[in-house]
Write a protein that binds this ligand. Structure first.
Ligand code: GTP
Ligand code: MG
Length: 390
């Protein structure tokens, strides 16, 4: 099993993040990610159960393969413990029409925020105790999807809360929120609420727009999803999102294999451009040759948030993940590209010596959330309208 030198707490907010995104992230590297703590926050008990079951299924699959038994027969202690842990870590927010409107979701969360913070502190403490003081949670990753009652406002609210409390304890939070396809007016109205909340409260999150994430997926895979169902569009987004998050989490977990070692200070310093948000981009290649050829186009074509005008300055990091590393001149080219084309005032390139494929992700901070295209308005139309010819 991979030696994880840094542990994280990974929090999902709302059903899509918990059911569709995080189990997919987990499935990309269960041998590494099982060493982290997971926590789900949702307003629906059915969704929460579904999320826990999916995570447990991923763990069981991985565990039974290691033990050489068939998954259906694997009722062993580690599997049960894994499930129990997530259940104990997670929080079901209930009461008055819980997740119907973002404002309701937020007010229920607000009433329960002390419980949530105590739960997080409890997890941090338990991890420290269980390892005899050797291991501790150094970072928190928050992931939520805007569009409906829970994720829309609870995600930025929770992230801001964590940012105000945990860094002084040496635990650093990073927040990711998705914006929905401009397909359902109700989703658009709620996405606008997310944007306004982020601007009004100056919440430095990373924003991934489904509109651009789907384009990124189509570009990388060279094909369109089946037009038969919304499901296939959502799946593409969850897939690419999980690919990005998994590379970041691996780099954070496997700090001994990262050069220079990635530090939370390096990431927290990205958040310093006021009233701005960050986004991500990804490149994937099978060989060093292919990587050298593709990375620049990939990064340009997979930027998962777009604004009408380019940011005048950005801060960023790039992680290149490959067992054998990349030639020095390529690392330098990437740094120069970030400076010149992404207008990065400061951009660190990390190499993660892990994994056969070549994968590169860039986290770029400095986008104006009020300038996003397609516009975040109730009547906006976007990629699904285009693909479905409406
Ligand atoms: N990746 C993915 N995203 C989805 C899926 N279904 C919906 N979404 C997106 O996720 C957004 C938020 O939906 P949920 O996470 O289900 O909503 P919630 O935050 O749990 O809110 P309530 O259920 O109203 O309490 C939606 O507006 C869609 O844009 C899905 O199957 N996969
Ligand atoms: Mg829900």
């Amino acid at each position: 099993m991979e030696e994880v030198s840094r542990k994280l707490l990974i929090i999902g907010v709302g059903s899509s993040a918990c059911i569709h995104v995080l189990p997919r992230v987990f499935a990309r590297s269960p041998e590494v990610f099982a060493k982290n703590e997971f926590m789900f926050i949702d307003t629906s008990s059915a969704s929460l159960e579904a999320a826990v079951d999916r995570m447990t299924a991923v763990f069981r699959e991985h565990h039974s393969a290691r033990m050489g038994v068939i998954p259906e027969r694997d009722r062993s202690f580690p599997v049960n413990l894994f499930k129990k842990r997530i259940e104990e870590n997670s929080i079901l927010l209930g009461g008055k029409g819980a997740g119907t409107l973002p404002e309701n979701g937020l007010s229920i969360f607000d009433e329960n925020k002390d419980l949530v913070l105590r739960r997080i502190e409890g997890i941090i403490k338990r991890v420290e105790e269980e390892s005899g003081g050797e291991k501790r949670i150094e970072g928190i990753i928050v992931v939520g999807c805007s569009g409906k009652g829970t994720g829309t406002l609870v995600t930025p609210f929770l992230y801001k809360l964590l940012l105000g409390k945990f860094p002084k304890m040496g635990v650093y939070p990073l927040g990711f929120i998705t914006l929905p396809f401009r397909f359902r007016p109700a989703d658009n109205i709620n996405a606008k609420k997310t944007v306004n909340f982020i601007v009004d409260n100056n919440v430095p999150m990373f924003v991934i727009d489904y509109e651009n994430a789907l384009e990124a997926h189509m570009y990388l895979h060279g094909k369109e999803p089946s037009r038969e169902s919304l499901r296939s569009f959502y799946d593409c987004v969850a897939e690419i999102l999980s690919e990005v998050l998994s590379v970041l989490i691996e780099a954070l977990n496997l700090v001994d294999r990262c050069e220079p070692p990635i530090d939370f200070y390096d990431l927290m310093r990205l958040l310093r451009i006021d009233r701005c948000v960050g986004t991500v981009a990804i490149s994937v290649a099978n060989s060093e040759e292919e990587f050298k050829e593709r990375w620049k186009n990939d990064i340009e074509s997979t930027m998962m948030l777009r604004t009408k005008t380019l940011p005048s300055r950005t801060l960023g990091v790039t992680i290149v993940r490959s067992e054998s590393g990349i030639p020095v001149d390529v690392a330098k080219e990437i740094g120069d590209y970030a400076k010149n084309s992404l207008r990065s005032e400061d951009h660190i390139v990390y190499e993660l010596y892990y994994g056969q494929k070549y994968k590169m992700i860039s986290l770029i901070f400095g986008f104006d959330p009020l300038d996003i295209v397609p516009e975040v308005t109730p009547t906006s139309k976007g990629i699904l309208h285009r693909l479905l010819g409406r």
